[in-house]
Design a protein around this ligand. Structure first.
Ligand SMILES: NC(=O)c1ccc[n+]([C@@H]2O[C@H](COP(=O)([O-])OP(=O)(O)OC[C@H]3O[C@@H](n4cnc5c(N)ncnc54)[C@H](O)[C@@H]3O)[C@@H](O)[C@H]2O)c1
Length: 255
Protein backbone atom coordinates (compact mmCIF):
# COMPACT_ATOMS: atom_id res chain seq x y z
CA UNK A 1 0.00 0.00 0.00
CA UNK A 2 1.33 3.43 -0.99
CA UNK A 3 0.21 6.97 -0.43
CA UNK A 4 0.59 8.53 -3.88
CA UNK A 5 -3.14 9.31 -4.16
CA UNK A 6 -4.04 9.63 -0.48
CA UNK A 7 -7.47 11.21 -0.01
CA UNK A 8 -8.05 11.77 -3.73
CA UNK A 9 -11.55 11.24 -5.10
CA UNK A 10 -11.39 9.81 -8.62
CA UNK A 11 -13.88 9.03 -11.36
CA UNK A 12 -12.69 6.08 -13.46
CA UNK A 13 -14.52 5.23 -16.69
CA UNK A 14 -13.97 2.17 -18.88
CA UNK A 15 -14.17 -0.93 -16.66
CA UNK A 16 -15.93 -3.79 -18.45
CA UNK A 17 -13.82 -6.77 -17.27
CA UNK A 18 -10.87 -7.32 -14.96
CA UNK A 19 -8.65 -7.16 -18.07
CA UNK A 20 -9.71 -3.54 -18.70
CA UNK A 21 -6.87 -1.05 -18.30
CA UNK A 22 -9.32 0.98 -16.20
CA UNK A 23 -9.79 -1.93 -13.76
CA UNK A 24 -6.06 -1.88 -13.03
CA UNK A 25 -6.04 1.91 -12.75
CA UNK A 26 -8.87 1.66 -10.18
CA UNK A 27 -7.10 -1.15 -8.31
CA UNK A 28 -3.74 0.64 -8.11
CA UNK A 29 -5.40 3.98 -7.31
CA UNK A 30 -7.20 2.42 -4.33
CA UNK A 31 -3.95 0.80 -3.21
CA UNK A 32 -2.41 4.29 -3.30
CA UNK A 33 -5.14 5.69 -1.05
CA UNK A 34 -7.73 7.01 -3.52
CA UNK A 35 -11.50 6.79 -3.26
CA UNK A 36 -12.80 5.52 -6.62
CA UNK A 37 -16.18 5.87 -8.32
CA UNK A 38 -16.58 3.91 -11.57
CA UNK A 39 -18.78 4.58 -14.55
CA UNK A 40 -20.22 1.67 -16.52
CA UNK A 41 -21.57 1.43 -20.04
CA UNK A 42 -24.36 -0.96 -21.04
CA UNK A 43 -23.75 -4.16 -19.14
CA UNK A 44 -23.92 -2.61 -15.67
CA UNK A 45 -24.31 -5.87 -13.75
CA UNK A 46 -21.04 -7.06 -15.31
CA UNK A 47 -19.28 -3.83 -14.36
CA UNK A 48 -20.69 -4.10 -10.82
CA UNK A 49 -19.37 -7.64 -10.53
CA UNK A 50 -15.85 -6.43 -11.31
CA UNK A 51 -16.30 -3.31 -9.16
CA UNK A 52 -16.81 -5.72 -6.24
CA UNK A 53 -13.53 -7.46 -7.02
CA UNK A 54 -11.49 -4.30 -6.44
CA UNK A 55 -9.54 -4.06 -3.17
CA UNK A 56 -12.45 -1.90 -1.95
CA UNK A 57 -15.82 -2.37 -3.72
CA UNK A 58 -16.52 0.77 -5.77
CA UNK A 59 -19.87 2.34 -6.64
CA UNK A 60 -20.85 2.29 -10.34
CA UNK A 61 -22.63 5.15 -12.09
CA UNK A 62 -24.13 4.58 -15.55
CA UNK A 63 -22.55 6.49 -18.45
CA UNK A 64 -22.92 6.16 -22.19
CA UNK A 65 -20.80 9.04 -23.48
CA UNK A 66 -23.09 9.44 -26.49
CA UNK A 67 -26.16 9.93 -24.24
CA UNK A 68 -26.77 13.63 -23.50
CA UNK A 69 -29.05 12.91 -20.56
CA UNK A 70 -26.39 10.69 -18.95
CA UNK A 71 -23.84 13.48 -19.38
CA UNK A 72 -26.17 16.20 -18.11
CA UNK A 73 -26.94 14.28 -14.91
CA UNK A 74 -23.48 12.76 -14.38
CA UNK A 75 -22.16 15.32 -11.87
CA UNK A 76 -25.26 14.96 -9.66
CA UNK A 77 -25.14 11.17 -9.80
CA UNK A 78 -21.41 11.14 -8.93
CA UNK A 79 -22.14 13.56 -6.06
CA UNK A 80 -24.31 10.86 -4.45
CA UNK A 81 -21.03 9.04 -3.72
CA UNK A 82 -18.36 11.76 -3.32
CA UNK A 83 -18.63 15.50 -2.58
CA UNK A 84 -16.19 16.45 -5.35
CA UNK A 85 -13.49 15.05 -7.61
CA UNK A 86 -9.68 15.33 -7.65
CA UNK A 87 -9.18 13.49 -10.94
CA UNK A 88 -10.86 11.78 -13.89
CA UNK A 89 -9.83 8.83 -16.07
CA UNK A 90 -11.11 8.48 -19.64
CA UNK A 91 -10.54 4.87 -20.73
CA UNK A 92 -13.17 4.61 -23.45
CA UNK A 93 -12.86 3.53 -27.04
CA UNK A 94 -15.13 1.99 -29.65
CA UNK A 95 -15.28 1.67 -33.42
CA UNK A 96 -17.79 -0.37 -35.46
CA UNK A 97 -16.35 -3.47 -37.15
CA UNK A 98 -16.49 -1.80 -40.58
CA UNK A 99 -14.04 0.83 -39.31
CA UNK A 100 -11.35 -1.73 -38.34
CA UNK A 101 -9.35 -4.58 -39.80
CA UNK A 102 -8.29 -3.33 -43.22
CA UNK A 103 -11.54 -1.89 -44.55
CA UNK A 104 -10.24 1.69 -44.34
CA UNK A 105 -11.11 2.70 -47.90
CA UNK A 106 -14.74 1.53 -47.64
CA UNK A 107 -15.88 2.60 -44.17
CA UNK A 108 -19.04 4.73 -44.34
CA UNK A 109 -19.07 8.11 -42.57
CA UNK A 110 -21.76 7.02 -40.06
CA UNK A 111 -19.38 4.39 -38.66
CA UNK A 112 -16.44 6.80 -38.64
CA UNK A 113 -18.68 9.31 -36.84
CA UNK A 114 -19.47 6.73 -34.15
CA UNK A 115 -15.77 6.00 -33.63
CA UNK A 116 -14.97 9.71 -33.30
CA UNK A 117 -17.95 10.41 -31.04
CA UNK A 118 -17.23 7.60 -28.56
CA UNK A 119 -13.43 7.62 -28.68
CA UNK A 120 -12.42 11.30 -29.11
CA UNK A 121 -15.23 13.82 -28.64
CA UNK A 122 -16.13 12.05 -25.40
CA UNK A 123 -12.93 13.30 -23.76
CA UNK A 124 -14.43 16.79 -24.04
CA UNK A 125 -17.97 15.75 -23.06
CA UNK A 126 -16.85 13.73 -20.04
CA UNK A 127 -14.52 16.46 -18.81
CA UNK A 128 -17.14 19.19 -19.18
CA UNK A 129 -19.80 17.01 -17.53
CA UNK A 130 -17.74 16.66 -14.36
CA UNK A 131 -16.05 20.07 -14.39
CA UNK A 132 -18.37 21.38 -11.61
CA UNK A 133 -16.93 18.66 -9.36
CA UNK A 134 -13.29 19.57 -10.12
CA UNK A 135 -13.46 22.61 -7.86
CA UNK A 136 -9.72 22.70 -7.26
CA UNK A 137 -8.82 21.68 -10.83
CA UNK A 138 -6.96 18.38 -11.15
CA UNK A 139 -5.83 15.81 -13.66
CA UNK A 140 -7.80 14.28 -16.53
CA UNK A 141 -6.01 11.26 -18.01
CA UNK A 142 -7.04 9.48 -21.22
CA UNK A 143 -5.85 6.31 -22.94
CA UNK A 144 -4.17 6.65 -26.32
CA UNK A 145 -2.58 4.46 -28.97
CA UNK A 146 0.24 6.30 -30.76
CA UNK A 147 -1.47 8.11 -33.65
CA UNK A 148 1.63 9.70 -35.19
CA UNK A 149 1.91 6.88 -37.74
CA UNK A 150 -0.45 4.51 -39.62
CA UNK A 151 -0.69 0.97 -38.22
CA UNK A 152 -1.94 -2.29 -39.75
CA UNK A 153 -5.69 -2.96 -39.12
CA UNK A 154 -6.20 -0.05 -36.66
CA UNK A 155 -7.73 2.07 -39.42
CA UNK A 156 -10.39 4.61 -38.32
CA UNK A 157 -9.63 3.91 -34.68
CA UNK A 158 -6.21 5.37 -35.50
CA UNK A 159 -7.89 8.46 -36.91
CA UNK A 160 -10.03 8.64 -33.76
CA UNK A 161 -6.87 8.45 -31.61
CA UNK A 162 -5.31 11.29 -33.62
CA UNK A 163 -8.48 13.28 -32.85
CA UNK A 164 -8.20 12.30 -29.18
CA UNK A 165 -4.60 13.56 -29.07
CA UNK A 166 -5.63 16.89 -30.57
CA UNK A 167 -8.72 17.13 -28.34
CA UNK A 168 -6.49 16.66 -25.27
CA UNK A 169 -4.30 19.59 -26.37
CA UNK A 170 -7.28 21.92 -26.92
CA UNK A 171 -8.80 20.90 -23.58
CA UNK A 172 -5.42 21.57 -21.96
CA UNK A 173 -5.48 25.03 -23.53
CA UNK A 174 -9.00 25.92 -22.43
CA UNK A 175 -9.02 24.33 -18.97
CA UNK A 176 -5.46 25.12 -17.90
CA UNK A 177 -6.60 28.42 -16.36
CA UNK A 178 -8.96 26.39 -14.12
CA UNK A 179 -6.07 24.20 -12.95
CA UNK A 180 -7.20 21.20 -15.01
CA UNK A 181 -4.35 19.22 -16.58
CA UNK A 182 -5.17 16.97 -19.53
CA UNK A 183 -2.72 14.21 -20.44
CA UNK A 184 -2.76 10.91 -22.32
CA UNK A 185 -1.00 7.60 -21.80
CA UNK A 186 -0.13 6.00 -25.15
CA UNK A 187 0.01 2.31 -24.28
CA UNK A 188 1.38 -0.56 -26.32
CA UNK A 189 -1.07 -3.36 -27.23
CA UNK A 190 -2.80 -5.14 -24.34
CA UNK A 191 -5.22 -8.07 -24.67
CA UNK A 192 -8.47 -6.52 -23.46
CA UNK A 193 -12.02 -6.84 -24.75
CA UNK A 194 -11.56 -3.75 -26.96
CA UNK A 195 -8.35 -5.19 -28.41
CA UNK A 196 -9.93 -8.58 -29.14
CA UNK A 197 -12.62 -6.83 -31.18
CA UNK A 198 -9.97 -5.61 -33.64
CA UNK A 199 -9.63 -8.19 -36.45
CA UNK A 200 -5.92 -8.89 -36.96
CA UNK A 201 -4.84 -7.52 -33.56
CA UNK A 202 -2.17 -10.30 -33.50
CA UNK A 203 -0.26 -8.28 -36.10
CA UNK A 204 0.70 -5.87 -33.33
CA UNK A 205 2.13 -8.66 -31.21
CA UNK A 206 5.08 -9.36 -33.49
CA UNK A 207 5.83 -5.65 -33.85
CA UNK A 208 5.99 -5.17 -30.11
CA UNK A 209 7.79 -8.35 -29.19
CA UNK A 210 10.52 -7.69 -31.76
CA UNK A 211 10.81 -3.88 -31.54
CA UNK A 212 10.37 -2.90 -27.88
CA UNK A 213 13.83 -2.34 -26.34
CA UNK A 214 12.33 -2.94 -22.89
CA UNK A 215 10.30 -5.92 -24.12
CA UNK A 216 6.51 -6.02 -23.98
CA UNK A 217 3.94 -8.33 -22.38
CA UNK A 218 0.50 -8.09 -24.03
CA UNK A 219 -1.10 -9.70 -21.00
CA UNK A 220 0.17 -7.06 -18.56
CA UNK A 221 -1.91 -3.86 -18.24
CA UNK A 222 -0.07 -2.74 -15.11
CA UNK A 223 2.68 -0.60 -16.71
CA UNK A 224 0.06 1.55 -18.48
CA UNK A 225 -2.11 1.70 -15.34
CA UNK A 226 0.88 2.79 -13.25
CA UNK A 227 1.55 5.70 -15.60
CA UNK A 228 -2.09 6.79 -15.27
CA UNK A 229 -1.77 6.70 -11.48
CA UNK A 230 1.43 8.77 -11.68
CA UNK A 231 -0.32 11.39 -13.85
CA UNK A 232 -3.23 11.45 -11.37
CA UNK A 233 -0.80 12.21 -8.53
CA UNK A 234 0.64 15.56 -7.46
CA UNK A 235 3.95 14.73 -9.15
CA UNK A 236 3.13 16.21 -12.59
CA UNK A 237 1.91 19.64 -11.45
CA UNK A 238 3.03 21.54 -14.57
CA UNK A 239 2.45 18.89 -17.23
CA UNK A 240 -0.53 19.22 -19.56
CA UNK A 241 -1.31 18.49 -23.21
CA UNK A 242 1.31 15.72 -22.93
CA UNK A 243 1.42 12.15 -24.22
CA UNK A 244 3.35 9.69 -22.07
CA UNK A 245 4.32 6.57 -24.03
CA UNK A 246 4.12 3.31 -22.12
CA UNK A 247 5.03 1.03 -24.99
CA UNK A 248 8.36 -0.54 -24.06
CA UNK A 249 10.04 2.17 -26.16
CA UNK A 250 8.61 1.23 -29.58
CA UNK A 251 7.62 4.83 -30.45
CA UNK A 252 11.26 5.94 -30.18
CA UNK A 253 12.73 3.25 -32.47
CA UNK A 254 13.21 3.50 -36.23
CA UNK A 255 13.32 0.55 -38.64
N1 LIG B 1 -5.89 -2.65 -25.27
C1 LIG B 1 -4.99 -1.98 -25.98
O1 LIG B 1 -4.17 -2.55 -26.70
C2 LIG B 1 -4.94 -0.49 -25.89
C3 LIG B 1 -3.77 0.19 -26.23
C4 LIG B 1 -3.73 1.58 -26.16
C5 LIG B 1 -4.87 2.26 -25.75
N2 LIG B 1 -6.00 1.57 -25.43
C6 LIG B 1 -7.18 2.35 -25.02
O2 LIG B 1 -7.49 2.09 -23.68
C7 LIG B 1 -8.85 2.42 -23.46
C8 LIG B 1 -9.52 1.29 -22.69
O3 LIG B 1 -9.59 0.13 -23.49
P1 LIG B 1 -9.20 -1.32 -22.97
O4 LIG B 1 -8.15 -1.83 -23.86
O5 LIG B 1 -9.02 -1.33 -21.49
O6 LIG B 1 -10.51 -2.17 -23.38
P2 LIG B 1 -11.91 -2.42 -22.63
O7 LIG B 1 -12.76 -3.09 -23.64
O8 LIG B 1 -11.69 -3.11 -21.35
O9 LIG B 1 -12.43 -0.93 -22.34
C9 LIG B 1 -13.10 -0.13 -23.29
C10 LIG B 1 -14.23 0.55 -22.53
O10 LIG B 1 -14.93 1.49 -23.35
C11 LIG B 1 -16.25 1.49 -22.87
N3 LIG B 1 -17.19 2.11 -23.82
C12 LIG B 1 -17.41 1.76 -25.12
N4 LIG B 1 -18.39 2.54 -25.63
C13 LIG B 1 -18.77 3.40 -24.64
C14 LIG B 1 -19.73 4.45 -24.54
N5 LIG B 1 -20.53 4.78 -25.57
N6 LIG B 1 -19.84 5.14 -23.37
C15 LIG B 1 -19.06 4.82 -22.31
N7 LIG B 1 -18.13 3.84 -22.34
C16 LIG B 1 -18.00 3.13 -23.49
C17 LIG B 1 -16.55 0.01 -22.66
O11 LIG B 1 -17.68 -0.18 -21.83
C18 LIG B 1 -15.26 -0.45 -22.02
O12 LIG B 1 -15.35 -0.36 -20.61
C19 LIG B 1 -9.45 2.70 -24.84
O13 LIG B 1 -9.44 4.10 -25.07
C20 LIG B 1 -8.46 2.02 -25.76
O14 LIG B 1 -8.48 2.55 -27.06
C21 LIG B 1 -6.06 0.22 -25.47
Amino acid sequence: MGELLNGKRLLVTGVITDASIAFHVARLAQQEGAEVVLTGFGRLSLVERFANRLPKPAPVVELDVTNTEHLDTLADRVREHVDGLDGVVHSIGFAPQTALGGNFLNTPWEDVATALHVSAYSLKSLTMAVLPLLERGGPVVGMDFDASVAWPVYDWMGVAKAALESCARYLARDLGPKGVRVNLVAAGPIRTMAAKSIPGFEEFEATWTTRAPLGWDLKDPEPAARAVVALLSDWFPKTTGEIVHVDGGVHAMGG
